[in-house]
Design a protein around this ligand. Structure first.
Ligand SMILES: *Cc1c(COP(=O)(O)O)cnc(C)c1O
Length: 344
């Protein structure tokens, strides 16, 4: 076995909820798919004896029209997770410097490690990324996440510009971008060294079907497409994704609810005296003591516990914005937790 496998920590998917719990742990869309997505899903079942279209041209055409981006600049993968791995495969040679600002998504480190890269993890308090270190490092690949998981904030446009200038390649993970007021797609269209990564898992609520896509130069797109797993996205998932884009208005309405709920929750949690990070995503990061997570679990509420990761000292909870009644349950549970612990 390769030595590097001994030092790779497994990706932490959180605890899989069992039974009746309020699940606010994985940043999923809390609503059901649109009726037409359900119909597309069921209608496509009759064809699961066949392989899906290997080129995924119908899916790419739909994404291409949706974003007004040439089809030759779109690659697809089994979740954007697969594409993180493929981008590393395409650009990173052994001992190349890969810069991954922290605190951010841990999956980047796993795939960069697998390439035997020289990984540098500059720490920025609350992911307030600055460009200077990239000017020094001149990384082969820089991986940034905006809005960032788990802090919820955006990287400043000026900083992205500087990172793009100073890196041979840049991967910008925009998994949560539909909940934000700013995106960086233009960088992938203007510069040959930038890959923008998107997913159907969050805004389009298809986390269970595994569809991601990337926008990059024709050359990078061709390379990614060449090495991705053939047939990794099922035909059923393809039909659901195409239908989801066609149901855009339905999802835009859900986004409105989610963003309104995010702002309401942030206010309520701040009223409880908690430190809440400003979020442009569908989750909130909250600083709290280490016993809160178990208390919430005891009340049947599952959130993500984030402890002692680079750049985020102490214990935090990453709370997905759910449906109104779920959010109310979370707020009430935290209220009684804070009452009880202040009574101690
Ligand atoms: C959820 C998430 C993704 C999406 O992963 P999929 O494989 O597309 O489900 C990608 N990046 C980040 C930072 C995420 O939080």
């Amino acid at each position: 076995m390769r030595g590097v496998l001994r030092i790779i920590n497994p990706y932490d998917p959180g605890i899989i909820p069992e039974g009746q719990v309020v699940n606010l742990s994985s940043n999923e869309n809390p609503y059901e798919p649109s009726e037409s997505v359900k119909r597309a899903f069921f209608d496509s079942i009759a064809k699961i004896n066949r392989y899906p279209d290997a080129s995924y041209s119908k899916l790419k055409k739909t994404i291409s029209d949706f974003l007004s981006v040439e089809i030759e600049k779109i690659s697809v993968g089994c979740g954007s997770s697969e594409l993180i791995s493929r981008v590393c495969d395409v650009v990173v040679e052994e001992l190349d410097t890969v810069a991954v600002p922290m605190p951010s998504y841990s999956l980047y480190l796993i795939y960069a490690m697998l390439r035997e890269a020289n990984i540098v993890t500059p720490v920025f308090r609350d992911y307030k990324v600055e460009a200077e270190i990239f000017e020094e490092l001149k990384p082969k690949l820089s991986i940034i996440c905006s809005p960032n998981n788990p802090t919820g904030n955006k990287v400043k446009r000026k900083v992205v510009e500087k990172i793009v200038e100073n890196s041979e390649f840049v991967l910008i993970d925009e998994a949560y971008v539909e909940f934000s007021d700013e995106h960086f797609l233009q960088f992938a269209l203007e510069f040959d060294n930038v890959v923008v990564l998107r997913t159907f898992s969050k805004f389009f609520g298809l986390a269970g079907l595994r569809i991601g896509y990337a926008i990059s130069s024709r050359e990078l797109t061709e390379a990614i497409e060449k090495i991705r797993l053939p047939f990794a996205i099922s035909g059923v998932a393809v039909e659901a994704a195409i239908s989801a884009i066609k149901s855009f208005d339905y999802y835009a309405d859900l986004r409105k609810r989610i963003v309104e709920e995010r702002e309401r929750m942030a206010k309520e949690l701040m009223k409880l005296g908690l430190k809440v990070y400003p979020s442009y995503a569908n989750f909130l990061l909250v600083k709290i003591d280490e016993r809160a997570f178990d208390f919430l679990l005891g009340k049947g509420i599952m959130v993500r516990k984030i402890e002692n990761i680079l750049g985020l000292e102490g214990t935090h909870l990453r709370i997905t914005v759910g449906r109104k009644e779920e959010n109310d349950a979370l707020i009430e549970a935290l209220r009684s937790y804070l009452c009880e612990s202040s009574a101690d």
